[in-house]
Write a protein that binds this ligand. Structure first.
Ligand SMILES: [Zn+2]
Length: 69
């Protein structure tokens, strides 16, 4: 019986391990899988939204028109 062996590098920690030995491939262990998942979630929340700044400028212009009356 020959055991398959494929050395791969973990994308999270860079540690080399046997691909067929890990339950969490392509990561070497559960911790590395969770770290990678956390990076994905943080990336989603990091998208900036510039719309509220535009609305604040519009409110400023409205005040100007009122003072002309
Ligand atoms: Zn790892």
């Amino acid at each position: 019986m020959t055991k398959k062996e494929l050395l791969v590098k973990c994308p999270t920690c860079g540690h080399k391990f046997n691909y067929h030995d890990s339950e969490f491939r392509p990561f070497c262990r559960e911790k590395c899988q969770l770290i990678d998942l956390g990076r994905w979630l943080e990336g989603d929340y990091a998208i900036p939204c510039s719309d509220p700044i535009d609305e604040a400028e519009k409110t400023d212009n409205d005040n100007d028109e009122e003072s002309e009356n």
